[in-house]
Every structure is written in C-alpha cells, then in structure tokens.
Design a protein around this ligand. Structure first.
Ligand code: ZN
Length: 120
C-alpha cells in the first residue's frame, strides 16, 4: 500500500476547466452551439398536436426550441417521462406519442422553457 504523506495526491484534471456559462467541461461546452442556434429561432417552444397518417395516431410535437442536440434529447426524455409516453427527437423536433399538449407545455415551463400552443 502506498502511504505517502505528501506529494502523493493526484489532482483530478479529468474535467479540466469548467465553462462558467453552462457548467460543463470546456471540451463539452455547449454555449457556442446555443448562441449559434439562438439566432435562428426565438427560443419559444411551439407545442402542437398532429395526427399521423396510419391509423390516425396522435403525436405531440415540440418545435422551435433552440437547444443543442444533447440537451434536446434529454429534454425529450424528460417530456416523455412526464407524459408516460414514448417518442423520439429528430431534426430538432421533439415528438411525444399521444395527445399531451398540456402536459408537455407544463413540463417545458417547469424546465424553464417558454412554451406555447400552436396549431391544432
Ligand atoms: Zn459553456
């Protein structure tokens, strides 16, 4: 067993420096992505219900969010959990199976996002 009393400590540099903005390691900083995408949208989530062709199944769509793909995927998971439903995230759109507009808007607001109902 190594029992060095001093100089034996190895400080973890695993995470390196942290970004003060997003609290992630600089290597995983998402601020630039967010800044870039923010210019493209106003950051207000549009929640709409759409009916998919086959069998007329309802899905709840969340569009207009300006998040990096990782954050979007994790938010999508959060929304699916809130609705107890399945779904996907693709092309920047969160899809939750079923008609859950109100729950989705509620969950978005809880997660500090602006959200409003759009379309049908
Ligand atoms: Zn950052």
């Amino acid at each position: 067993m190594k029992t060095s009393s001093k100089g034996g400590l190895v400080y973890s540099t695993e995470n390196g420096r942290m970004c003060p903005e997003c609290s992630r390691a600089l290597a995983q900083c998402v601020c630039k992505t967010i800044a870039r995408t923010r210019a493209a949208g106003d950051g207000v989530a549009r929640v709409s219900r759409e009916t998919k062709g086959r069998g007329g199944k309802s899905v709840t769509l969340v569009k207009g969010l300006v998040l990096d793909p990782v954050a979007l995927a994790s938010l999508g998971k959060q929304l699916r959990t809130a609705c107890g439903s399945g779904g996907t995230v693709k092309d920047g759109v969160i899809e939750v199976q079923g008609d859950h507009c109100e729950r989705v808007i509620e969950a978005l607001k809880k997660a500090d996002h602006q959200a409003k109902r759009a379309g049908g």
